[in-house]
Write a protein that binds this ligand. Structure first.
Ligand SMILES: Cc1ncc(C[n+]2csc(CCOP(=O)(O)OP(=O)(O)O)c2C)c(N)n1
Length: 378
């Protein structure tokens, strides 16, 4: 049998075949696949998801501001991607282990990251992300796709825990990555291993349409979710700006992995509203009309509209949530400003247990380089 790819498909902007339960206007609609995973989700849960998304956006804007003010080395904005992060992360248990990319600030927040842990890494501070085992969440992965292999390795460890003298669990490992990462060898290897060993791992692909300046359509002639079944992994393609759809999809995936049925894959179709990082200028490669189209699909606005229409969110509750998010941002700023930039030469201090000549030579050369910036140096 011959399979021919469609050359006319535009997986990036084709919003048709996605599972959705909250429309961009805030209307609750049914989806046959997702509904079984959502039946007992009440307004209280939805308010919680809304709160988490508001906090994530506020944190994100503070991160960008702190970087612009020279307080952070870099920030990878996640504005627009709050629903996939919060919906999937809130479906997890504390014991599951999460392997995120650098853009999953909302996931880190849900996993209990403190203000210190949230910004340390972007300031390049020692200790970086704290102890990954304390929150069962790895630090933000910069190497594209590498965390998918880590997640599969961890999941295979879960399978073997008892045989290795540990305790059997139904924990699940989760890997978050982007559409660009799905072109990476690591991700494809991870999927082969996950499928071959039936590992309890969930792949969450946040398809935000762009891998820096490369649009997803350049990298894939089919929706990304369509690739997973070819590896032997069932997948769901959901509206990544619909927090409830992401929550339901994740429950489906987790249940599968926990019950021993093996890995699952979610493609959450979303959009990166801001730059790739604070070092990027998307106006050089993105059509402003595209950005405007996606503004109408804002993940927070639609939940806000739904909750208001149901009478589950009044002015006072909305103000409380906004104030709570402001407090988080203030805490992050306070921690950030409390750091003192250290003498750059201290980077040589703890690289080796014992000093040696080559290190000393490097230190001297770097000191001379830094002296070159002194006022009046020529
Ligand atoms: C192995 C590797 N190759 C290249 C890079 C440079 N790089 C950083 S981000 C990025 C694009 C990633 O796009 P995507 O996976 O869609 O994630 P997004 O940033 O959109 O969330 C690239 C190529 C890298 N960090 N690691």
């Amino acid at each position: 049998m011959t399979y021919l790819p469609s050359t006319t498909a535009d997986p990036g902007t084709d919003m048709g075949p996605v599972a959705q339960v909250i429309t961009p206007d805030g209307e609750r609609v049914a989806d046959a696949t997702l509904e079984p995973w959502l039946h007992e989700v009440g307004d209280d849960v939805l308010v919680g998801l809304y709160r988490d998304m508001v906090r994530t956006r506020r944190l994100d804007r503070e991160g960008v501001a702190l970087q612009r003010q020279g307080q952070l080395g870099l920030w990878a904005p996640c504005e627009g991607q709050e629903a996939v992060q919060i919906g999937t992360a809130r479906a997890l248990r504390a014991a599951d282990f999460v392997f995120p990319s650098y853009r999953e600030s909302g996931v880190q927040l849900v996993r209990g990251a403190t203000p210190t842990e949230l910004i340390q890494v972007w300031r390049g501070e020692e200790q970086s992300m704290g102890d990954p085992f304390a929150r069962r969440t790895a630090g933000p992965q910069i190497i594209i796709g590498a965390q998918t292999l880590h997640a599969v390795g961890y999941a295979m460890g879960i399978q073997r825990a008892e045989a290795l003298g540990g305790v059997a669990t139904d924990d699940v490992a989760v890997a978050y990555f982007g559409d660009g990462a799905s072109s990476q060898g690591d991700v494809n290897e991870a999927m082969v291993f996950a499928a071959s060993f039936g590992a309890p791992v969930v792949f969450v692909c946040s398809n935000n349409q762009w891998a820096i300046s490369e649009p997803v359509r350049v990298q894939s002639r089919t929706p990304l979710a369509a690739r997973a079944p070819a590896f032997g992994i069932p997948s769901l393609r959901v509206d990544g700006n619909d927090v409830l759809a992401c929550f339901g999809a994740m429950r489906w995936a987790l249940e599968r992995a926990r019950s021993g049925a093996g890995p699952a894959y979610i493609e959450a179709v979303t959009y990166r509203m801001g730059p790739h990082t604070t070092a990027d200028d998307p106006t050089r490669y993105r059509d402003p009309a595209e950005l405007e189209r996606w503004r109408g699909r804002d993940p927070i606005a639609r939940v806000h509209a739904l909750l208001r229409a149901r009478g589950a969110l009044d002015d006072e509750a909305a103000a409380d949530i906004a104030a709570d998010a402001d407090r988080l941002a203030a805490d992050v700023r306070e921690v950030c400003l409390s750091y003192r930039t250290r003498d750059p030469l201290t980077i040589f201090d703890e690289v080796y247990a014992e000093p040696h000549a080559a290190l000393e030579a490097e230190r001297r050369a770097y000191a001379a380089y830094l002296d070159g910036f002194e006022e009046g140096a020529s």
